[in-house]
Design a protein around this ligand. Structure first.
Ligand SMILES: C[S@@+](CC[C@H](N)C(=O)[O-])C[C@H]1O[C@@H](n2cnc3c(N)ncnc32)[C@H](O)[C@@H]1O
Length: 352
C-alpha cells in the first residue's frame, strides 16, 4: 500500500509501470504547476499483502483495498484547515526539506527545515515563545535526545516491565489489525524507534513521526540517514504539540503513542485531539506506566505520584480505571489493555 497525492481534475495522470508500484509517481512533475491541497490518500493501485501461511501464528493479513477509508491531510495547527504546498509530489523525509506549506485561511506559512517540518502553532514566530512543563522540555535537551536510544529507553524494561520495542510492536499489531494498510501517526515518537519499525514493516501506507522535541526529530533523521535502504517514501518527520495536532479531523487511521502519555502536559487535551483526527473506526494505541491494585494503597506510592505531578507536570502512574475513563471522556470506545508490572498497553477506537 502506498499513498498518493489527492487528485483534482486539472492534473494530468501519466501512469507508467513503476507508478503501479509507487502510486505517488502517477503524476508527472510538469503536471504540478499549481498549489495542491496537502492531502495524502491511499491509492488502490499498490498493496501490501503480508499473508504468508495462514496456519502460522502471528500471521498478519492486510486488507487489499483501503482506498475508500484511508485519507489524511496535514492541517494548519492554528485553524485546522488543510495546508497547500507546491513542492515535489513524491512525499518523503527528503522532499520535505526546504518546502513551504501554506494555510489559505490564516495565510500562515510553515517551512520544512533540514530534518523536519515544524507544525507547531508558534512555528515561524520571531519573538514570541512558550515553554512547556518539565516532562516535555526535558526531551528537548540535545543530550537526552542523544541518550534516548542509547540506554535511556532500555531502562523502561528494567524497572517498568516494558517488553522492548520489537515485542511492543508485536503486541500492538493485535490492536492495529483493523487499520493495517492505512496511515499511522507515531505521536511523541522521540528518536523514532517505532516510526522506523513501522516504515520497515511495510504494514502502513503513510507514516508521520511526530514529536515536540526538535532534537529528537533530528536524531531520528540521523538514524534514518545512517540506515541502508530505509524506505523514506511516504514517511515524514513533523514537529507538533500533541494538544494541537496538525491534521484534518477524521483523516487518520491510527495513532500510536509509546511511553508518552505520562509526559504530556494534559493527557485529556491530547487524547481529545487524537480522537478528533481519528477517522471513524480509527485506532488509538498507547503505552504508559500504570499503578493500581494492591500497590495503590501503599501511602508512599500515592503521595509520590502527587509529588511527581506537582514538580514535573507528569501524569505518571494512572490507574486502569482512570485510563479507560480518559479514553471514554474523549469519545473513544472499546477500551482494552495488556499489562505487565508497571507497563500497560491500552487501545481504544473511534466509534464507526
Ligand atoms: C519517553 S519519550 C517516548 C518516546 C517513544 N515513543 C518511545 O516509545 O520510547 C516521550 C516523548 O514525548 C514527547 N512529548 C512530550 N510532550 C509532548 C508534547 N506536548 N507534544 C508532543 N510530544 C511530546 C517528548 O519529546 C518525548 O520524545
Amino acid at each position: 500500500m502506498a499513498i498518493g497525492v489527492a487528485v483534482s481534475g486539472m492534473y494530468t495522470l501519466t501512469p507508467t509501470l513503476s507508478s503501479f508500484k509507487h502510486p505517488t509517481r502517477l503524476f508527472s512533475r510538469a503536471a504540478f504547476t499549481a498549489k495542491l491541497p496537502l492531502q495524502f490518500r491511499a491509492s488502490s493501485t499498490s498493496f501490501i499483502d503480508t499473508e504468508t501461511n495462514p496456519r502460522e501464528s502471528n500471521v498478519v493479513v492486510v486488507e487489499k483495498d483501503v482506498s475508500s477509508r484511508s485519507s489524511n491531510s496535514l492541517a494548519c495547527p492554528v485553524c485546522y484547515d488543510s495546508l497547500t504546498w507546491n513542492g515535489d509530489p513524491g512525499f518523503s523525509v527528503d522532499t520535505i526539506t526546504g518546502s513551504s506549506f501554506q494555510c489559505s485561511t490564516c495565510q500562515k506559512t510553515y517551512i520544512g527545515n533540514q530534518t523536519h517540518l515544524d507544525l507547531t502553532a508558534t512555528g515561524g514566530a520571531k519573538s514570541y515563545g512558550e515553554s512547556m512543563p518539565a516532562s516535555t522540555e526535558l526531551f528537548r535537551v540535545p543530550l537526552i535526545s542523544f541518550l534516548y536510544e542509547r540506554g535511556w529507553r532500555q531502562t523502561f524494561s528494567v524497572w517498568g516491565g516494558f517488553p522492548g520495542p520489537e515485542k511492543e510492536f508485536e503486541l500492538m499489531k493485535g490492536f492495529l489489525k483493523p487499520i493495517l494498510g492505512g496511515n499511522i501517526i507515531d505521536a511523541s515518537c522521540a528518536s523514532g524507534l517505532f516510526s522506523r519499525l513501522f516504515a520497515k514493516s511495510g504494514l502502513f501506507s503513510f507514516i508521520v513521526a511526530l514529536d515536540y522535541s526538535e532534537n529528537m526529530l533530528q536524531q531520528c533523521y540521523e538514524f534514518i540517514q545512517q540506515e541502508e535502504n530505509f524506505p523514506k517514501e511516504n514517511f515524514i518527520l513533523v514537529r507538533a504539540d500533541i494538544s494541537r495536532l496538525p491534521f484534518v479531523s477524521s483523516s487518520v487511521d491510527a495513532v500510536h503513542a509509546g511511553a508518552a502519555l505520562h509526559c504530556w502536559p494534559s493527557p485529556l487535551a491530547a487524547v481529545a485531539e487524537i480522537s478528533r483526527v481519528l477517522r471513524p473506526g480509527g485506532v488509538f494505541v498507547a503505552t504508559t506506566y500504570i499503578l493500581d491494585g494492591p500497590f495503590s494503597v501503599i501511602p508512599f506510592l500515592s503521595s509520590l505520584r502527587q509529588n511527581v505531578r506537582q514538580v514535573s507536570g507528569s501524569y505518571i502512574f494512572l490507574s486502569e480505571r482512570e485510563l479507560e475513563d480518559l479514553c471514554r471522556a474523549c469519545g473513544l470506545v472499546g477500551f482494552k489493555c495488556i499489562r505487565n508490572g508497571l507497563f500497560v498497553m491500552i487501545s481504544a477506537t473511534k466509534p464507526s
